[in-house]
Write a protein that binds this ligand. Structure first.
Ligand code: TGC
Ligand code: FAD
Length: 402
């Protein structure tokens, strides 16, 4: 059997795309070009190194600049601010290809594009847009997004981080928890309550007095992504750093719509990578004098995987069309995020079994993907929160606090 040796420097990425229902026919030539370019970059620059970074719990910070050059940050932002003005299917395809390499690298792109650039683009002043968006799009700066707090995860409305109006500036106090990119970021979009208890977005820059970004260690998941806390101890925030265009929880939640949409595509990338690995392995691995792909039980696993992938491809493509037409509802996005992560997790677990003992090693991507998905199923709204969003949408009754 040919070994993969992932992360050893001589890893050959043998990934092949699977498209059982010919969904490729929905794509434009531009979409296909984007897909090929990002896939090539992932094969050359991500998959050969990512296992070592994950095993060593290191963030491959050198990829940030490359991702900027590849246009992976905020591709739907207009060219005036350093983006590319692309459509949402293009964005989805990018996230699919990047997460096929590693969920942590897709996390970096999601946070930068959907959670940091988007709120500045949608709710920022012209000065804020000109100052921050080009630097973020190019990867010169890395940003992070602070919504979750130690005592308020699924229920961000309860946040206690606050800004106090001091006349010519605000004083920011509180803390944020589980913040992707935090330790490496040069700036942050933070959500905090004002004197009236209304949630506002503020922009912080690293180096402001009283602002620290300690790293969270010992994660078993997203080990190639850096996660931290954000601590605010009487941070003096200039008044021009507030996002003028939005007030209330709908500000941060509308950013999540874009990120959750990208994750739905990204999880599909993970599912495709696990299926592709398991299919190839099953055809090559001989037991009882025949390829294990010839056993009915293996075929059941593989057939169910491609069925779920195909359904998710159709769901995701349709959601992309609705997003392009500005008709995708938050509840539709929740359904896709929840479904695609669930099928990706199931596929990763089944694929791991097909590889037997080899499945638990870093020679193959499956175990790393599986562990990464344990974060993806929790962040950006947990699996159960998304179920309750669907429940509320179809019944009209809120079950979150009832
Ligand atoms: P609720 O009363 O339902 O809503 C408050 C206001 O917000 C509006 N709204 C939305 N607007 C835009 N998009 C959405 N998805 C929205 N959902 C709600 C809503 O219309 C209302 O507006 P208005 O004008 O009436 O004030 O709020 P609630 O407090 O009952 O909470 C609802 C709930 C539970 C669904 C929400 O809190 C939620 O989604 N919780 C999950 C929290 C979450 O997802 N956190 C993610 C943190 S960021 C992260 O994880 C990044 S990981 C990144 C990475 O590494 O990839
Ligand atoms: P809790 O809210 O305490 O939930 C615990 C359990 O209770 C879950 O199973 C949940 O589904 C369940 N539960 C809660 N409420 C209900 C209810 N009403 N009904 C039924 N069940 C319920 N946040 C950011 O702001 N920015 C980031 O960049 C970011 N990056 C992250 C990176 C990683 C690696 C991780 C793990 C998290 C990240 N998060 C980030 C935080 C993430 O969004 C939260 O972990 C998530 O929203 C869940 O919050 P919690 O962990 O506090 O869990």
């Amino acid at each position: 059997m040919e070994e993969n040796n992932q992360g050893s420097g001589n890893f050959v990425d043998r990934f092949e795309f699977h498209d059982y229902y010919l969904t490729e026919e929905f794509l434009t030539e531009e979409h296909k070009l984007i897909r090929a370019t990002v896939r090539e970059w992932v094969k050359k620059n991500v998959t050969p190194i990512i296992e070592d970074y994950a095993q060593n719990a290191k963030f491959p910070v050198h990829l940030v600049k490359e991702m900027g050059e590849m246009g992976l940050f905020g591709p739907t932002v207009s060219q005036k601010y350093g983006g590319q003005g692309l459509d949402y299917i293009s964005y989805g395809i990018m996230m699919q290809e990047v997460e096929r390499g590693d969920s942590g690298i897709r996390s970096t792109a999601s946070v930068q594009g959907s959670l940091v650039m988007y709120p500045i683009y949608a709710f920022g002043s012209e000065e804020q847009k000109m100052k921050y968006l080009p630097k973020l799009a190019s990867g010169e700066w890395l940003g992070c997004f602070g919504l979750t707090e130690p005592n308020f995860g699924s229920n961000p409305a309860g946040m206690t981080t606050n800004i106090k109006d001091m006349g010519d500036h605000y004083l920011l106090n509180g803390s944020k928890m589980w913040i992707s990119n935090a330790p490496y970021s040069q700036m942050a979009v933070i959500w905090a309550k004002d004197d009236q208890g209304i949630i506002r977005g503020v922009i912080l820059e690293t180096g402001m007095e009283g602002y620290t970004q300690p790293e969270i260690h010992h994660k078993w998941s997203l080990r190639a992504s850096s996660t931290g806390e954000l601590v605010f101890d009487n941070v003096k925030v200039p008044k021009q750093n507030i996002l003028p265009g939005v007030k209330g929880l709908k500000g941060p939640l509308s950013c999540l719509n874009n990120a959750r949409y990208g994750i739905a595509w990204g999880a599909l990338g993970v599912a495709l990578d696990c299926y592709d690995t398991a299919l190839r392995y099953a055809k090559e691995r001989i037991q009882f004098d025949r390829p294990i792909a010839g056993f009915q039980l293996t075929q059941k696993k593989l057939a169910e995987m491609i069925t779920e992938i195909t359904k998710a491809q159709l769901l995701t493509w349709r959601l992309g069309v609705l997003k392009n037409e500005d008709r995708a509802t938050p509840a539709q996005i929740s359904m896709a995020k929840r479904n695609n992560i669930e099928i990706a997790l199931n596929i990763a677990r089944e694929a791991r079994q097909i590889l037997g003992g080899m499945g638990i090693t870093g020679e193959y991507s499956i175990m790393r993907h599986m562990m990464n998905l344990e974060s993806v199923v929790t962040y950006e709204g947990t699996h159960d929160i998304h179920l309750l969003i669907t429940g509320m949408d179809i019944t009209g009754i809120n079950a979150f606090n009832g």
